[in-house]
Design a protein around this ligand. Structure first.
Ligand SMILES: [Zn+2]
Ligand SMILES: [Zn+2]
Length: 364
């Protein structure tokens, strides 16, 4: 056998290859013969363990995506774990920063407004400021505390478009799996670390209203506090001159508070304003953030085939907004949009009417 092997290495002709294969086959047969001599219980246990080991990784549907997911599973797990943990930190940060602005508004700004402004301006600032604060607090609480909506796990007759590979349950249209919540979410938009919650069918409106009213509040503070900020900034600059103006400790703290408030509200106003505009564009199109990616890919794919893609869940710009806010009559624009309202969203999030034929879904 060894001499045949070396001969093969030396001269690689078809007849010698055949001879080598024959030798290898006879050796494996011998080995199998030895296995057969083993007690049956060992052979059975070995066969059972082999099937068990193969059942752990063998899948006829395995493709490159599954292999990629499996290799990077520890990385995804770490990111999800850190995001889950940081969720509470982000929520505390939002509450702390918002509370600090409210404290400055009450302790520093309100006395200034009451002492220097006309009664009409005082009424405007007191009414608008409190309305905006109530809207921010209500929508933030509801967005963070409302469950985003989960598909049913028990057997049902509802139509579905696919099966979640992680939850092993049917996925209705617009449902996606959130790796951080580790659940399927109805009409999932995204997982928001600032809310420590997923944004889905049941809390999408609260999330958007929070972004909108927080942006309005920041812009309001930034615009109305602009002159105070400039005065405070000049006063701080002047304090570095010699001789320094006779500012008391209280004056310095007031000036620093005003600068802190203006810088924070202006920065958040710009960043959150951009996010709010982006979400407003998505709502006008009847899309979620996830569907934006899917739809843009689909649009490009169909354009190559000379066809035009149409979003099946868009019912026209105005109707999309009415459905989003749950506006069913004119007064709802005030009671359901401009005032705190806990009404349920349109539809159950499980079934969606695609390609609406009727133009005006909700007659207003
Ligand atoms: Zn899932
Ligand atoms: Zn989530």
């Amino acid at each position: 056998m060894v001499s045949v092997y070396y001969k093969c290495r030396m001269r690689w002709c078809p007849s010698s290859v055949l001879h080598l294969l024959r030798c290898l086959r006879s050796r494996s047969c011998c080995r199998r013969g030895r296995n057969n001599r083993l007690p049956p219980w060992i052979r059975d246990t070995w066969a059972y363990m082999t099937v068990l080991a193969r059942s752990l990784y063998f899948n006829s549907l395995t493709d490159s995506d599954v292999v990629f997911d499996s290799i990077f599973e520890p990385v995804f797990w770490t990111v999800d774990y850190v995001t889950r943990w940081f969720g509470m930190v982000f929520v505390c940060l939002v509450v702390l920063l918002t509370s600090s602005i409210v404290v400055i508004a009450y302790v520093v700004l309100l006395p200034l407004v009451l002492n220097t402004y006309s009664p009409a301006w005082i009424a405007w600032h007191v009414c608008y400021g409190h309305w905006n604060l109530i809207m921010i607090a209500f929508h933030y609480y509801k967005a963070a505390k409302t469950c985003p909506g989960y598909p049913p796990t028990e057997k049902n007759d509802r139509p579905f478009v696919s099966v979640c590979k992680k939850c092993i349950i049917p996925k209705p249209a617009r449902t996606h799996h959130c790796g951080i919540c580790n659940r399927c979410i109805l009409k999932m938009d995204h997982h928001c670390p600032w809310l420590n919650n997923c944004v889905g069918h049941l809390n999408h409106r609260y999330f958007f209203s929070f972004c909108l009213f927080m942006t309005l509040g920041c812009v309001y503070c930034s615009i109305s506090g602009r002159n105070l900020f400039l005065d405070a900034y000049n006063a701080i600059e002047a304090s570095y001159q010699t001789p320094a103006p006779p500012y008391t400790f209280k004056d310095k703290m007031i000036n620093k508070s005003i600068i802190y408030m203006w810088v924070l509200t202006s920065t958040v106003g710009v960043a959150l304003g951009a996010l709010t505009i982006w979400h407003a564009v998505l709502i006008s199109r009847g899309e979620t953030s996830i569907e934006r990616h899917i739809n843009s890919k689909e649009t490009k794919r169909m354009a190559k085939q000379g066809r035009v893609y149409r979003n099946p869940f868009s019912y026209g710009r105005l109707n999309n907004w009415k459905i989003f806010f749950g506006v069913e009559k004119r007064s709802h624009w005030v009671t359901r949009v401009l005032l705190p309202s806990g009404h349920a969203p349109h539809g159950d999030g499980l079934t969606w009417e695609a390609h609406q034929v009727k133009k005006d879904l909700i007659p207003v």
